[in-house]
Write a protein that binds this ligand. Structure first.
Ligand SMILES: Nc1ncnc2c1ncn2[C@@H]1O[C@H](COP(=O)(O)OP(=O)(O)OP(=O)(O)O)[C@@H](O)[C@H]1O
Length: 375
């Protein structure tokens, strides 16, 4: 049966929150930045849909389709993002990430399928869902005439926070995103990264249970990226559901507990993701003497590639003519146990190893393996 929206969500302006009832806004706000880094992908990466729609927390989607004219942006999305966890939404350009986030945010209506935000259908119970949801779009528009503080106060008012509460929350959030000194400047003069930080504060203004973040780290400097990571971990530890889309996979690796891959508007099945993850990964092995390292690898019959990226001088080097001095190679290693064996054997053979580490993170490797599979 088709869903009936309680207003025209497809026409909604993503930069404006719907007015929401005051209920549900009384909890203490998130504390400022200060949590510890946690995360890392666990074995549940890409876990399948296990809960049923309508559960009281988290995000769920089932059979979601959405087209724009003849373009099928979403062609069957099933996913679950848990409360208390940061979930990465990963996929190539045009795979449907923003479209899905807009549907969760109640700003687009799916053609078919169902979604729930904290147990609420954003299509049929638009305002209740919005009260639970903080949405940070990838591009943050500002009103030229408003200061950063006024932007937050305006959004707080739209969410019906009391004036007193709105002012306290605004001051606190400006501090959290390190914009206090810019609070009374027109938001239009903020740099791209500062605007991103204001966008994050705006998404948090009503202390939502669910956070939807589209490329939140884009434009942020390294310090701000670390702060973002710490803040998202902290919010998850407070029981919030955090769904983050990003192309910066190494960053997602460090903050996400779980990951969902989209490809061509569909969720990649958990089994396919698990297979991609289980594939041997590329590791970088370096030694004080590249000649000794290559000599030993040749002796044991290992297959390797020159580490062109790190050692441009070694580009094109064959097994027979390694340059003298420090250098490294790339090779496929079967898991951490394989890496331990490789290291043990190299050291036992007297190769002066300096480092052995995977190239890229778990998410990047899984992503590349999935890409490879699709070719
Ligand atoms: N309003 C629209 N009108 C027409 N086509 C659209 C519209 N919005 C999205 N699309 C199309 O839907 C598909 C999915 O777009 P979407 O923005 O969701 O992808 P994405 O995964 O977020 O991409 P990116 O990583 O580049 O941000 C694309 O082919 C896009 O061109």
């Amino acid at each position: 049966m088709p869903n009936t929206p309680d207003d025209d969500t497809s026409a909604a302006d993503p930069s404006l929150p719907a007015a929401v009832p005051s209920g549900g806004l009384s909890r203490e706000p998130a504390a400022g930045v200060g949590g510890t880094l946690g995360g890392g992908l666990d074995s549940g990466l890409g876990a399948g849909l296990t809960a049923t729609l309508g559960q009281g927390s988290g995000l769920t989607a089932q059979g979601v389709h959405r087209s724009f004219g003849s373009v099928r942006a979403l062609a069957g999305v099933d996913l679950e993002a848990h409360a208390g966890a940061v979930t990465a939404l990963v996929g190539p350009n045009g795979s449907g990430k923003t479209t899905l986030l807009l549907i969760f945010a109640g700003l687009l209506v799916p053609d078919a399928g169902q979604v729930r935000v904290g147990g609420v259908d954003p299509v049929t119970h638009h305002q209740a869902a919005r009260a639970r949801t903080g949405w940070m779009p990838d591009v943050f528009g500002t009103w030229d005439s408003l200061t950063a503080r006024e932007v937050l106060l305006t959004f707080a008012a739209a969410y019906r926070l009391t004036r007193e509460r709105a002012e306290a929350r605004t001051t606190e959030l400006l501090e959290t995103v390190h914009l206090t000194e810019f609070a009374d400047l027109p938001a239009s003069v903020l740099s791209r990264g500062q605007k991103q930080r204001l966008g994050l504060a705006r998404a948090l203004v009503h202390d939502p249970d669910v956070l939807l973040l589209d490329e939140p780290a884009s434009g942020l400097d390294p310090r701000s990226r670390v702060d973002l990571r710490i803040l998202l971990r902290l919010l998850a530890s407070q029981g919030k559901t955090v769904l983050v889309s990003s192309h910066v996979l190494t960053e997602l690796d460090e903050m996400a507990d779980d990951a969902i891959f989209l490809s061509g508007g569909r969720t990649v099945p958990a089994g396919t993701v698990a297979t991609a993850q289980a594939a041997p990964r590329t590791w970088r092995l370096r030694a004080l003497s590249l000649a000794a390292l290559v000599g030993w690898l040749t002796t044991v019959g290992a297959t390797w590639l020159p580490d062109d990226e790190r050692d441009p001088a070694a580009r094109g080097t064959g097994p027979g003519d390694p340059p003298d001095g420090p250098g490294g190679v790339l090779l496929q290693v079967d898991g951490e146990a394989g890496a331990a064996t490789l290291l043990r054997d190299a050291v036992a053979a007297g190769v002066p190893i300096t480092s052995l580490a995977p190239v890229g993170g778990a998410l990047e490797q899984a992503y590349l393996a999935l890409e490879e599979e699709r070719r």
